[in-house]
Design a protein around this ligand. Structure first.
Ligand code: COA
Length: 256
């Protein structure tokens, strides 16, 4: 399959997916997310692939969020569909039988942070920054952020980050357990490949069972994910959403 927004490459036993919208800081439009999903699914039966690396083009951003220009005119129905489809992509990544490693090479914000959190392991470059700034746009997170951030770093700190929209640097993300390692950007991909090299020595069937068991630990949290989709959709009929997205596109601060 040929892709418009991502690059894919097989290197040894690693399958590398690169979000390729560098001039938009790898913002995740709907087509990009669908391409990521299909790329992940395309290697599930490839016995040579023992790990997938997901990264962003350039040295500034992993992904700076969902594409604000694309959804700024959406209504409740479209917003709800966008969130529901995004959840499906994140769930596909999280349930991949082959481990997915996020090589976070810069801004990992909003949908970009949610994308990284759906991966099994996160490695950050020293310049990486994480955050869920959706409340600046009059929205709650819509791709699982309200749920997976709590799963990864706990209720207290995640509530703070979700309410303030504060961005955190890579070293703080490491201390919170949001990422496994912080490395210089030049060694980011090699570090991810080392993980895959190590994992490739293990039993693939056991690896997939571990992933499945870990995911089952969080079964029962569906209500939170469903609530997020519904609240995200409903936000699209608010004046705050109009003000927040207009402010971003007009390059000014919102006035709520
Ligand atoms: N959606 C759409 N376009 C985006 C984007 C997004 N989430 N994030 C960045 N871009 C675009 C900008 O509009 C700009 O495009 P332009 O050159 O055509 O004007 C380009 O990417 C570069 O971004 P810019 O804002 O100029 O870079 P910066 O270094 O000044 O700021 C950020 C970087 C990440 C702080 C800033 O881009 C930002 O706040 N992005 C949005 C983050 C966000 O709210 N994400 C959640 C979305 S749900």
């Amino acid at each position: 399959m040929s892709y418009q927004n991502i690059l894919t490459e097989k290197k040894g036993n690693a399958f590398i997916i690169t979000i390729n919208r560098e001039n938009k800081l790898n913002a995740l439009n709907i087509e990009t997310l669908q391409e990521i999903k299909y790329a992940i699914l395309s290697v599930q039966n490839d016995r040579e692939v023992r790990g997938i690396i997901l990264t962003g083009a350039g040295q500034k951003a992993f992904a700076a969020g969902a594409d604000i220009a694309e959804f700024a005119e959406f209504n409740v129905k479209q917003g709800t569909q966008m969130s529901s489809d995004g959840h499906d992509v994140m769930n596909t990544i999280e349930s991949s039988a082959i481990p997915v490693i996020a090589a976070v090479n810069g801004f990992s914000l909003g949908g970009g942070c949610e994308l990284a959190m759906s991966c099994h392991i996160r490695v950050a470059s020293e310049n990486a920054k994480f955050g869920q700034p959706e409340v600046n746009l009059g929205l709650p997170p819509g791709y699982g952020g309200t749920q997976r951030l709590i799963q990864l770093i706990g209720k207290g700190k995640s509530t703070e980050l979700l309410l303030t929209a504060d961005l955190i640097k890579a070293d703080e993300a490491l201390s919170l357990g949001l990422v496994s390692k912080v490395v210089p950007i030049d060694t980011l991909m090699d570090t991810c490949k080392e993980y895959i090299q190590k994992i490739s020595q293990k039993s693939p069937s056991a690896i997939s069972k571990v992933i499945s068991c870990i995911n089952d630990h969080f079964k029962g949290t569906e209500a939170g994910f469903e609530k997020e989709i519904s609240e995200f959709g409903l936000a699209f009929e608010t004046s705050d959403f109009k003000e927040g997205t207009s402010a971003f596109l007009e390059k000014r601060s919102p006035n709520f």
